[in-house]
Design a binder for this molecule. Structure first.
Ligand code: DAT
Ligand code: MG
Length: 138
């Protein structure tokens, strides 16, 4: 069990003006922000980030969406960070997300679902390193 996870506030949530609301929920749930940046991926970078989904039918749509506007990337810390953060964001499809989750509140659809959360300790490290240099993630 690791104490760090990686998140992105996705382009839909940034466009809708929900950065502050989502960070508020993240803080209220007890996560500490270790590193954070406002940036935009191009299609190639989005493709690399989501390489594990390369063979999935939604891959091109996902890369187009994730490079369509700015995002907020962050490394978060809390005991049991990966599992607790997945619980906080809710199901991939907001229609199935539980009350009180970020996706229930702010996600519009399966594709445009407001936030990313790492699915394992190993991927949390890989994804955090994708966005942040060693100097940026103490
Ligand atoms: P999660 O983001 O909950 O970890 P995932 O890793 O299975 O979900 O998929 C990554 C992203 O890809 C997801 O947040 C939104 C998009 N996606 C997944 N399944 C999809 C589908 N059936 N149609 C459209 N987009 C999809
Ligand atoms: Mg995933």
């Amino acid at each position: 069990m690791s104490n760090r996870t990686f998140t992105m506030i996705k382009p839909d949530a940034v466009k809708a003006g929900n950065i502050g609301n989502i960070l508020q929920m993240i803080n209220a749930a007890g996560f500490k922000i270790i590193a954070m940046k406002y940036t935009q991926m191009n299609n190639t970078l989005a493709g690399k980030f989501y390489e594990v989904h390369k063979e999935r039918p939604f891959y091109d749509e996902l890369c187009d969406f994730m490079s369509s506007g700015p995002i907020v990337a962050a490394i978060l810390e809390k005991d049991n960070a990966v599992a607790d953060f997945r619980k906080l964001i809710g199901a991939t499809n907001p229609a199935n997300a539980e009350e009180g989750t970020i996706r229930k509140k702010y996600a519009a659809s399966m594709g445009e679902n407001a936030v990313h959360g790492s699915d394992s300790d190993e991927n949390a490290v890989i994804e955090g390193n994708f966005f942040f240099s060693m100097m940026e993630r103490p």
